[in-house]
Design a binder for this molecule. Sequence first.
Ligand code: BTN
Length: 333
Amino acid sequence: MKSEILRALRESDGEFVSGQTLCEKAGVTRQAVWKNMVQLKDHGFIIESVPNKGYSLISSPDKLYSADIKSRMKRDSFCQKIESYDITDSTNTRAKHLAELGEEEGTLVIAEEQTSGKGRRGREWKSEPMTSIYMSIILRPKISPIHVSGITLLAALAVVKAIKKTCDVEPLIKWPNDIILGKRKICGILTEMSSELDYINYAVVGIGINVNNKRFPANIKDKATSIYLETEKKQDRAQLAALTAQYFGEYYKKFIEAKSLEPFTIEYNGLLINRNQEVKIFYGMQENAEANKIETGIARGINGDGALIVDTKNGTECVVSGEVSVRGLYGYV
Ligand code: BTN
């Protein structure tokens, strides 16, 4: 109900909305509207109320609050249920736990802070409170487990689209799923799944976006940045989270129908920072020269399976995510 009230206030573009209109839109009594207004104000929403005119939303708090995020999505959005936490261990872990308990596809778990944020390849994902976005979406895709990596690439597309729309900047993608702004990483994506040989019980796509971070620890500051640091503008986290989830749902539905990334390759390849660039391919889990077989080549783009096509001196290779990592010749991108 709070999300319907917030939606109605937002849709009025600063005009007052009468109590009666809010009752009709939210499908509740005047008393219920009033009670919810008090609770929204307690959450930090500034709402002006004037007798005989109604209510007007002056400002929203910088918080990732489920009703607020929902009010910014389309009504028929893929993420119908949102669980927001001030603090959790990891939104991926939380989402997997909910999925084990039977939670439906499309449920979004989002948090202000993570105490055990997880990155790819078993790394830690530093999770500073109240500055970033940590979100995970529960999925139950009816596809073969071998195609699950495609979901990560779709999440990358959704993040880029949402950042462009909300923050008015043009990020790019470092294959398979790092989002880059000003040559450094602003977002990472981690997809995890529980599956049988030929069947996915559930998958969880986890997205971490560095939004308003002002600094990074010494060990990652050469590689990581935030949208704030690149734009010098504080960004609207709730709007960015809502659009990311909204767009992800739209891409995902299309992917499940097509059972392929073919419909997305042109868009993805247009955003690929490595396209037509010389890259180093590391075969194995470690990105250091000693532990791996390394090859260099020119990255051409992804194919319909999400593999990166690389022209090497030995011919064209289709590099599959999970088995390798790719770097620029002289640094991270
Ligand atoms: C990477 O290593 O690039 C992937 C990072 C993924 C981080 C996100 S934050 C939300 C979700 N919960 C986690 O514990 N990890 C993912």
